[in-house]
Design a protein around this ligand. Structure first.
Ligand code: GDP
Length: 539
């Protein structure tokens, strides 16, 4: 069948021009953080503040429910964690917020990175006592690839933490971003007296409730006798004045260009600064923008329905190889029952039972626009990176593979099963569970992942679904880079010289394996004509 969008059955709403602007009310974002910084607590409080849930404990309970449903994967149960990355959609003040979960902890994987290609902005949560930690930095680097605007939430001000000025300094210098405080703490820990809201020019009480208005002129705050009466608050005001004198004012354009981050100090646990954070996302975070694609970017107001798969979740029942593909819509108005073409496979799919992700149970959602995420159940027809379209021929770009951080040789105990192994690795690579490589010298498969659990999932699934018991052996590599050069002769020379440390990915592109960051640096220095790439466009 060659027909694509069935306009005869598309609802009238999808053809009304005013509906084309609905995407402007979307705020699609993720929270990036290091484990224990407070992402789960903050997610829950955001949902509470938006009215999407009524009781604390919901997000965790949701996680547990998910775990019991996905008990097909023993490893999930054993470890008591979920490999599911979910989407939480909630509405407030006429806006629709799509919060995409970035799995952290042990379930950190390439999905975590790739989810960031499906959002328009991010919240970075930092523990006030710890500052920027390793995982935050990694995720930030991925955001930077696309200049994703970031709002920073410095969490746990109800506890003793580091000096705010010092933290601002660390954020600015580590991330090479301009920083602009917008919610400033008055004291910290036991001395915490509330915050100054520099955007709304009012005080926030120590319980998080909005207090009285204050002067918009930061220097004038020294004359606010009530405020200055408390010595800790007075000291905080002085620090704020120092910061304000040294730093640029918040500028929405600089933020949206990814050059400046507004900073809010608060406490997820105590609900301090959460409403202000939600307001910041509502007012400042960008709605969907044109999405990079070939032959040209796709504008969110384009009437054709388009989207890309950024994650595939293997489903619960191991006897059925069903999966859910998470699709970020990039244009048009999607309606249940629509036919979309999978550009890679050249095949049409009727999307009869899409999943929507409202935080409150809502059965009857049947429309989605650019910025929204839909889940499409399928039997392996959709892969990570696939483009779906109702009309125009496009292919979304910028859905990358990320250089693996854990590299292992696959040990096959039963040589007769080599063919099944090859099939398993191909399928699972397509699903985004792993990356596979062939060394240029030797015949064993090499797999690469970004989180240790991803490796366990891979082993468990190869055995359970393909009947091939495998093991994974370290081979002394710590990192990998795709290599390229403007000069084909230079690339050839590099490959010939480094053959023992080279492999090919499943598209046949050359990959250089390095024993350490230091070895990689040395290789880069010795081969200036070669580009070493930490990401590779898929497909
Ligand atoms: P995640 O690993 O980033 O999802 O972090 P969690 O939300 O699970 O929080 C980690 C720990 O920090 C938990 O014990 C939380 O109760 C605690 N926590 C989170 N936010 C705050 C906060 O604002 N203040 C304090 N004192 N503790 C917090």
């Amino acid at each position: 069948m060659t027909e694509t969008l069935d306009t005869a059955t598309a609802p009238a709403a999808a053809r009304r021009p005013d509906r084309q602007a609905a995407y402007r009310s979307r705020r699609t974002f993720a929270i990036i953080s290091h484990p224990d910084a407070g992402k789960t607590t903050l997610t829950e409080k955001l949902l509470l503040a938006s009215g999407a849930i009524r009781m604390a404990g919901h997000v965790r309970a949701r996680g547990e429910q998910r775990r019991t449903r996905s008990d097909w994967m023993e490893i999930e149960q054993k470890r008591g964690i979920s490999v599911t990355s979910s989407v939480m959609t909630f509405e407030r003040d006429g806006l629709t917020f799509n919060l995409l979960d970035t799995p952290g902890h042990a379930d950190f994987s390439e999905d975590t990175y790739r989810t960031l290609t499906a959002v328009d902005s991010a919240i970075m949560v930092i523990d006030v006592a710890k500052g920027i930690e390793s995982q935050t930095l990694k995720l930030f680097e991925v955001c930077r690839l696309r200049d994703i605007p970031i709002i920073t939430f410095v969490n746990k001000v109800d506890r003793e933490g580091r000096d705010p000025l010092e933290l601002l300094d660390e954020i600015a210098s580590t991330l090479a971003l301009d920083v602009a405080p917008v919610l400033w703490p008055l004291g910290m820990g036991v001395d915490f007296k509330g915050c100054i809201d520099l955007a709304a020019h009012r005080l926030i009480g120590s319980n998080g409730a909005p207090g009285r208005p204050i002067s918009a002129d930061i220097d004038a705050l020294s004359r606010d006798t009530e405020l200055m009466a408390d010595p800790n608050a007075a000291r905080s005001v002085e620090e704020l004045q120092l910061a304000a004198a040294a730093l640029p004012r918040f500028d929405i354009d600089a933020y949206r260009a990814g050059h400046m981050t507004p900073i809010l100090f608060g406490s997820a646990l105590k609900g301090i600064g959460v409403a202000e954070l939600l307001r910041a996302v509502a007012e400042w975070a960008p709605p969907p923008a044109p999405q990079p694609a070939k032959p040209e970017p796709v504008a969110p107001g384009d009437p054709d329905v388009t989207g890309f798969v950024f994650k595939v979740q293997a489903n619960m029942d191991r006897n059925h190889r069903d999966r859910v593909a998470f699709v970020r819509l990039c244009s048009g108005i999607f309606a249940r029952g629509m036919k979309l073409r999978n550009v890679r496979a050249g095949r049409d799919l009727a999307i009869s039972n899409p999943m929507f992700f409202f935080a409150q149970d809502r059965e009857t959602v049947d429309e989605a626009v650019a910025g929204d995420v839909i889940g499409i159940p399928n039997h392996g027809t959709l892969s990570v990176g696939d483009t779906l379209t109702s009309g125009r021929e496009v292919r979304f770009t910028g859905i990358p593979n990320f250089a693996p951080e854990i590299i292992r040789r696959v040990r096959l105990s039963d040589a007769i099963k080599a063919k099944q192994l090859s099939k398993a690795l191909g399928d699972l690579a397509e699903e985004g569970v792993t990356q596979v490589f062939r060394p240029m010298i030797g015949a064993d498969w090499i797999v690469g992942v970004v989180g240790p659990l991803q490796l366990d999932v891979l082993g468990t699934r190869i055995e359970a679904e393909y009947g091939v018991p495998v093991g994974f052996e370290p081979i002394g590599y710590d990192t990998a880079r795709w290599v390229a050069s403007a000069d084909p002769a230079e690339l050839k020379r590099f490959i010939a010289l480094n053959r023992a440390n080279m492999g090919e990915d499943r598209y046949g592109d050359p990959v250089f394996f390095a024993a350490s960051a230091w070895a990689l640096q040395r290789a880069e220095k010795n081969a200036p004509a070669i580009r070493f790439l930490a990401t590779r466009e898929m497909g």
